[in-house]
Ligand binder design. Structure first.
Ligand SMILES: *Cc1c(COP(=O)(O)O)cnc(C)c1O
Length: 241
C-alpha cells in the first residue's frame, strides 16, 4: 500500500514541476494538499513519510478521528501536520472545526465565519480560511457568486481569530481543458480584484485552492497555489456502504 502512495506522490510532484515550468511558474508556489477522505490513518502516514504535511478532509468527524489516530500512532509527526476542511461546513459543526482544524476552504457565509472566529481557542494560531467561489453559477452548488466575494472578504478579514488567505473553487469537470482553465482564471481574477481594495494592500490574499486529480494542468496554468489531490495519490476511493 505505502509503496504506490510514495510513488504516486513522486509522480505528481514531477508533474507539478513540469506544468509549472510550462507556464513560467516556480513549483515552490504550488502546494500539494493530500485529500485523505475515506483513507485510513496508515494511508495518511504513508503520505507523511513521503514528505506531505497538509491533508484535506470533507467530513468533520472523520477528520477529527483521523487526527486523533495519528496523534496516537506518531505524536511527533502528527504535531507537524496541517489539516484542511475542504467539505461543506454546517453551522452546528463549527466548534469542532475551530478546535481541531488549521484551515477551512469552504467559507460561503459570514455567519459561519463569525462562529469559527468566536469559537477558535485562544491558544491556537488564527484559523486560515478561504472563501468558496461558485464559478459555474449552478444554484445547487455551494459557494458564493464572484460578485459577492469582495463584500464577504472585507467582513471575514475583520474577524479577529481568522486569517483570510484566499479563494477556493471546484467547478464541475469539463472535457475541454481550455474551458476548465477559463473557469479557474475567473477565480484568479476575483482574487486580483479583491487585492486591489486598500484593505488588502498590507496583506494581499495569496492562496488559490484550485485543481484536483483531473485538472491539475488547467489549474496551474490559471495560477493555482494549492492543488487538492485525492485519487491520484491514494487511488480510487472506497466509500463505506
Ligand atoms: C474529493 C475532493 C477532492 C479530491 O478529488 P480527486 O479527484 O480525488 O483528486 C478535491 N477537492 C474537494 C473539495 C473534494 O471534495
Amino acid at each position: 500500500m505505502s509503496q504506490p502512495i510514495a510513488s504516486n506522490i513522486a509522480h505528481i510532484q514531477g508533474e507539478i514541476a513540469r506544468l509549472c515550468a510550462c507556464c513560467g511558474r516556480q513549483s515552490s508556489q504550488v502546494m500539494l494538499l493530500a485529500v485523505s477522505k475515506t483513507v485510513n490513518a496508515e494511508g495518511v502516514l504513508a503520505a507523511v513519510q513521503a514528505g506531505l504535511r497538509g491533508f484535506g478532509e470533507n467530513y468533520v468527524q472523520e477528520g477529527v478521528e483521523k487526527m486523533q489516530a495519528l496523534a496516537a500512532l506518531q505524536p511527533n509527526l502528527a504535531a507537524q501536520l496541517q489539516w484542511h476542511l475542504i467539505g461543506p461546513l454546517q453551522s452546528n459543526k463549527t466548534r469542532v472545526v475551530a478546535e481541531h482544524f488549521d484551515w477551512v476552504h469552504t467559507i460561503d457565509r459570514l455567519k459561519t465565519a463569525q462562529r469559527l472566529s468566536a469559537q477558535r481557542p485562544e491558544n491556537k494560531a488564527p484559523l486560515q480560511v478561504l472563501l468558496q467561489i461558485n464559478v459555474d453559477g449552478a444554484a445547487s452548488k455551494s459557494g458564493i457568486a464572484p460578485a459577492e466575494a469582495l463584500d464577504l472578504a472585507l467582513a471575514v478579514q475583520a474577524l479577529p481569530h481568522l486569517r483570510l488567505r484566499g479563494l477556493m473553487s471546484m467547478p464541475d469537470a469539463r472535457e475541454d481543458a481550455a474551458q476548465m482553465q477559463a473557469l479557474h482564471a475567473q477565480v484568479r481574477d476575483v482574487l486580483l480584484r479583491i487585492n486591489e481594495h486598500p484593505a488588502f494592500a498590507a496583506q494581499p490574499l495569496d492562496v488559490l485552492s484550485m485543481g484536483m486529480s483531473g485538472d491539475m494542468a488547467p489549474a496551474i496554468a490559471a495560477g493555482s497555489t494549492l492543488l487538492r489531490v485525492g485519487t491520484a495519490i491514494f487511488g480510487q476511493r472506497a466509500y463505506p456502504t
